[in-house]
Design a binder for this molecule. Structure first.
Ligand code: UT7
Length: 326
């Protein structure tokens, strides 16, 4: 019997267009200094007008499949974590399946905002551990630029577009050691896009409406994120029976360098063992963890046998972690 799922390949895609802090200075009342000091972000990628979430997902997925040495026909589960699906339905996972010419296996989206990829990874791990799948394609893909109010300086400087993917395969050795998922819906108003198409509200309002875009009480989200991620680090280490010093790499959600540094401090981890892409990508929500993972893997920083701690926190609130022997 298969005991584990393990990462067979990773992939990533970032749109060509780059928006720098200097560009944002021309759009809203902000400065490069404020953005960099408060968030660690220097630039972010923005999808072209004719580029959609499934396009980003496809590029990342193809690279992950190629690097895994498998063919698209070997994939028997497709999960896409996204907050920005191109359609109400079919799911982005079904649209991606069509692109990849995969027919038959289960495909569905996961909506857990910035924790979406960790949620999707955990679900895929369980499919594999129970023998329901052998090679799962797990993607985090976002076009957040389409749900941002570009006149709101408190949010528009933070986010970017992109996609990351992994192929998770059945394996006799670890692998994913454990995953931990949590949510608490009582904080829905701290980080939200209030209107959805099914609410019908867009029909009775006209023109641009703030409720169609990301709204965040940044300060309160920041405090909750630091506290919650500190707690989940303890929970994860305890469940895997590992010590802080056993972790080779922290692969965190990339929302804010100050949140990342606080989690690293909690783990007593030197910053050169923390994968950081927030400066280059901004916050890409569900894409941020797989983008960071792929960056460190393709640079040769993360090596076979390394122990990784993935973690994320996002709207919902949702939060989660995965501990992985790479
Ligand atoms: O991915 C999901 C999870 N998301 C997060 O984890 C994000 C968590 N929150 C954060 O990262 C931070 O709270 C922010 C980066 C969003 C904001 O940083 P902050 O240090 O919490 O700033 P603040 O919201 O307390 O605002 C400080 C000041 C305010 O001015 P006053 O009231 O002190 O005069 C803001 O109006 O900074 C002002 N401000 C800006 N100034 C220049 C807000 N946005 C900007 C801006 N440029 N872009």
């Amino acid at each position: 019997m298969t005991q584990y799922s393990s990462i067979a390949g990773t992939g990533a895609y970032l749109p060509e267009k780059i928006l720098t802090n200097a560009d944002l200075e021309k759009m809203v009342d902000t400065t490069d200094q404020w953005i960099f000091e408060r968030t660690g972000i220097r630039k972010r990628h923005i999808a072209a007008d004719d580029e959609f979430t499934v396009d980003l997902a496809e590029q990342a997925a193809r690279e992950a499949i190629e690097r895994s040495g498998l063919a698209t026909g070997d994939i028997d589960l497709v999960i896409v974590a996204t907050t920005t699906p191109d359609r109400v339905f079919p799911s982005t996972a079904c649209l991606l399946q069509k692109r990849l010419d995969i027919h038959g296996p289960a495909a569905f989206d996961v909506q857990a905002v910035c924790s979406g990829f960790v949620y999707a990874l955990s679900i895929a791990d369980k499919f594999i551990k129970t023998g329901s799948a052998r090679h799962a394609l797990v993607v985090g893909a976002e076009t957040l630029s389409r749900i941002i109010d570009w006149s709101d300086r408190s949010t528009c400087v933070l986010f970017g577009d992109g996609a990351g993917a992994v192929v998770l395969s059945a394996s006799e050795s670890p692998g994913i050691l454990s995953t931990h998922l949590h949510a608490d819906g009582q904080y829905d108003d701290l980080l939200t896009v209030p209107d959805g198409i099914a609410s019908g509200r867009h029909k009775i309002k006209s023109g641009q409406d703030a409720n169609m875009y990301i709204q965040m009480k940044g300060n309160e989200v920041f405090r909750m994120a630091v506290m919650t991620l500190g707690r989940i680090v303890d929970e994860t280490l305890e469940a895997a029976n590992l010590d802080k010093s056993d972790i080779d790499w922290l692969v965190p959600h990339q929302a804010n360098i100050r949140i990342i540094n606080a989690t690293a401090k909690k783990l007593n981890m030197p910053l050169d063992r923390v994968v950081t892409t927030v400066d280059q990508h901004g916050n890409t929500s569900a894409a941020s963890v797989p983008l960071a993972l792929h960056a460190a893997v393709s640079e040769g920083a993360i090596k076979k046998g390394d122990t990784l701690l993935l973690e994320a926190f996002g709207g919902g609130f949702t939060w989660g972690s995965a501990i992985i022997r790479y």
